[in-house]
Design a protein around this ligand. Structure first.
Ligand code: ADP
Ligand code: PMP
Length: 304
């Protein structure tokens, strides 16, 4: 099976959460990747009833032995050369995360061109939603193996152990990641104090520094869940085989904005006032056209 190049193959091993109800993790990543032409092999790190933000959530967290066993099955059937990408998101157990490092090494042996997209999902807005023991494993073992990472502002602060509250601090943090060998770093959203605006940043090692200003949709207290996971899957899909990283960034944000717009439009009072977690689930399936053909309205600014 050797000899296939990454231009020929489009198959993602996607290690993320599964929720029975709602759209995060593999539930939000699979459909867009498939619409954009990828075969997706979802490997579930947890199986929960639902994501955070509801009254409760229940379900099992997979352990490293279960992961090793499933991967052994793929390996023994000689399936590893079929993967062009590894995508990881929500992982709820530090030993499981460490096992992901072993898996990645085997995938790269089978396909040296494999691209690893790592979304180091740990928390948001100052709140951790995974055990704190994941942080050193991401920082010291997993992040240095990634080709593309898509942390949010809080995750950047955790990993670099520095506050990121200004644009200068953003670029310093980007350099921290580049020094660890990561070629492409995307901060999917940040709040640098400009009211009503989220700013997303992208930095490529020896390449462009880009930013996109995103007008915040919905009421001031409205938050969406799964948008970070959707971001990582769209970015993976658009970056495959593209040399125009600004366009990859723009298309990713364009589809996200369309999904969020449809979600906000479905809310009582346009999302001003109280909204239940089930009401703000992303209108993903309904946004097929905007995922397949993103209309770029927000352009990337080049900053170097
Ligand atoms: N309120 C919002 N208004 C507009 N876009 C949003 C909003 N929330 C999230 N997004 C979009 O979702 C992307 C991911 O952002 P976010 O959900 O903050 O990431 P994470 O889940 O990793 O914290 C952003 O790049 C942006 O395009
Ligand atoms: C099970 C699960 N998976 C993934 C996520 C990540 O969601 P987001 O894309 O908004 O970071 C969450 C949010 N806490 C979650 O609860």
């Amino acid at each position: 099976m050797a000899g296939a190049t990454n231009a020929d193959i489009k198959r993602v091993l996607s290690i993320q959460s599964h929720v029975v109800h709602g759209y995060v993790g593999n539930k939000v990543a699979t459909y867009p990747l498939q619409l954009l032409g990828f075969d997706v092999d979802p490997l579930n790190s947890v199986q929960f009833s639902n994501h955070t933000g509801y009254k409760t959530f229940k379900g099992p967290v997979s352990n490293e032995k279960e992961l090793a066993t499933i991967f052994e099955g793929l390996e023994e059937n000689e399936l590893l050369p079929l993967y062009s990408h590894l995508l990881t998101g929500y992982i709820g157990n530090p030993l499981f995360l460490r096992q992901v490092g072993h898996i990645l090494k085997k995938l790269r042996q089978a396909n040296p061109g494999l691209v690893y997209v790592c979304d180091p999902v740990m928390g948001d807005n100052g709140q951790l939603y995974v055990p704190k023991e994941l942080l050193p494993v991401y920082r010291d073992e997993i992040i240095p193996l990634a080709d593309i990472i898509t942390p949010n502002q809080f995750e950047v602060e955790l990993l670099t152990e520095k506050e990121v509250r200004s644009e200068a601090a953003v670029w310093e943090a980007m350099e921290w990641f580049h020094q660890r060998g990561i070629k492409t770093v995307v901060i999917s959203s940040s709040d640098l104090g400009q009211p009503g605006v989220l700013r997303a940043f992208l930095s490529q090692q020896n390449g462009p520094r880009l930013a996109i200003d995103i007008p915040k949709q919905g009421g001031k207290d409205l938050v969406f869940t799964g948008t970070g996971d959707l971001f990582a899957s769209l970015f993976l899909a658009h970056s495959h085989g593209s040399k125009d990283i600004a366009n990859v960034f723009e298309k990713t944000i364009a589809s996200l904005q369309a999904v969020i717009k449809r979600t906000v439009a479905s809310l009582p009072n346009g999302g001003n006032g109280p909204v239940k977690a089930a009401e703000r689930e992303l209108k993903l399936v309904q946004s097929k056209t905007e995922i397949e053909q993103p209309q770029v309205l927000l352009k990337a600014q080049r900053l170097n």
